[in-house]
Design a protein around this ligand. Sequence first.
Ligand SMILES: C[S@@+](CC[C@H](N)C(=O)[O-])C[C@H]1O[C@@H](n2cnc3c(N)ncnc32)[C@H](O)[C@@H]1O
Length: 233
Amino acid sequence: MKDLFGQALLDYHNGNYTEDIITSTSISGEDILPLPYLFRDFNEMPKLEQKALKLAKGNVLDVGCGSGSHSLYLQKNGLDVKGIDISKGAIDVARNRGVLNAEVLNLLEETETFDTILLMMNGTGIFQELAQVSKYLKHLKGLLKPNGQVLIDSSDIKYMYEDDDGGFWIDTNANYYGELDYFLSYKGEKETPMKWLYLDFKTLMLACETVGLKCDLILEGEHYDYLACLRQK
Ligand SMILES: C[S@@+](CC[C@H](N)C(=O)[O-])C[C@H]1O[C@@H](n2cnc3c(N)ncnc32)[C@H](O)[C@@H]1O
């Protein structure tokens, strides 16, 4: 990984904002990911994220914390927060913005336990593909303190397969429709392609059942997105 995402966060944080990140996926063309969005404050966050922050309690793990926007809000509200990210640039920015406990760490390498684990901005993306969901869910379950909760958001992206006359072109012989190849470029450089998973709520719930987690739908967003809360059964 070249860490272009981290480079973009560093540029923005250091006042060198000249262009945005460009993304595309295996089923969609180029899209702009505006850097200011990655530095949003509470009032600029989608309702699902605001709800998750309101539900957070105890000591919190912010997984894939990026520039630390969610961690900072919780920290300012008196919670004990740890932000982790595989992007070194992101962790440098999170620390510089004031996140007291931020570490370059893959979720699967985390060993501490938490009352709340947050995965925001399509949290299921980190699972990468359907075949890995159980592994990640089991690991998350093991990081929960008694009565702990995982707050995670995602979207049912079936709508992306809808054609102009309302039909769907999902290939039922192919992999799960939420499994995408994700491409990112910044300042003309291309990041190593990665896998990014969108999970509809029902599929997430079924996967939770197989690993002994209870999965509740907390809130639905305006565009097929939702916030779920996972707890030990
Ligand atoms: C879509 S960004 C979201 C950033 C931030 N949560 C936000 O809402 O602005 C996803 C983040 O997850 C990080 N990430 C991806 N896989 C990870 C993993 N296995 N462990 C920790 N962080 C990961 C990426 O580096 C990236 O910063």
